[in-house]
Design a protein around this ligand. Sequence first.
Ligand SMILES: C[S@@+](CC[C@H](N)C(=O)[O-])C[C@H]1O[C@@H](n2cnc3c(N)ncnc32)[C@H](O)[C@@H]1O
Length: 235
Amino acid sequence: MTENSSDDDGDDGGDGGGWEGAYASTDAVGWDTGDPQPAVKDLVDAGAFTDPVLDVGCGLGTESCYLANAGYDVLGVDVAPTAIERARETAADRDLDVRFEAGDAFALGTPAGVVDADWAGSVLDVGVFHAIEPARRSAYADALARVLEPGGRAFVLSFAPGAPEDWPPNLISRDDVRDAFDVGDSDRGDSDGEDSDHGDSDGDWRVVDLRDETYVSRGGEVPALLAILEWSTED
Ligand SMILES: C[S@@+](CC[C@H](N)C(=O)[O-])C[C@H]1O[C@@H](n2cnc3c(N)ncnc32)[C@H](O)[C@@H]1O
C-alpha cells in the first residue's frame, strides 16, 4: 500500500487490515522516507513535547526514534505488528531506549488499550488522523483525550488541501480538525461563543495552533496541516 492507496482509509476494524499487509509486503512504505518530518524536528527544536510522549500510529518508528534520540521518554504504538517489529529492530540497531507496542489507537486509555488513561504528556500523530474514516474522527479524538494527562498536548500532522487528491482518502482542513476535536467556539480561534464538551469526556480541547507545514513522503513534498491541541479538564 502507498500513501495514495484507495484502501488506505484506516477503516480496518482495528486489526491492522491493509496497514499490516503494506508493512509485510515492502521495506519502503510510501509515507516514510526514513527521515523524521521537518515539522517534527522543528517541534523538538522548540522543546514542544512533554514526557512521556506517545507516538500514535508510529509505523516504522522513525519519529519515535528521533524523539528518543533527542532525550524524550517515548512509546510508539501501531496497529500493524510488522511495523512494530521493525521499529524495535531499528531502535535496537541504534541502541535507543524506546518502547514499541502493537495496539489500536481507538482503545487507548481503556482496559483493552496498551496504555492507561492520563498516561501521556504529549501525543504525536504523523499521518494517522488523515487516514481515519471521517465518521470515526471524533472517537479518535476521544481516545487521545483519554490517554493525555490534563494540560497535555496532541500534535497532529496531516495532508492538507493542495496535496494530490488521489493520495490519502482525506485532505484535512482547519475545520475538519475543529469539528473532530469538538473545539469550543471560544477556542476555535475564529469566533466568540461557549465551549462545548467533547463526547462523553470530561474536558475540552483547545486549539493552540493550526499551521501550514510540509509533509515529506517518498512521493514528494505535499502541503500539510499541523494541529496543536491542548486537552484541559478544568472548568
Ligand atoms: C500513514 S502511516 C504513518 C506512520 C508513521 N506515523 C510515519 O509517519 O511514518 C499511518 C499509520 O497509522 C497506523 N494506524 C492506522 N490505524 C491505526 C489504529 N487504529 N491504531 C493504531 N495505529 C493505526 C498504520 O498502521 C500506519 O502505520
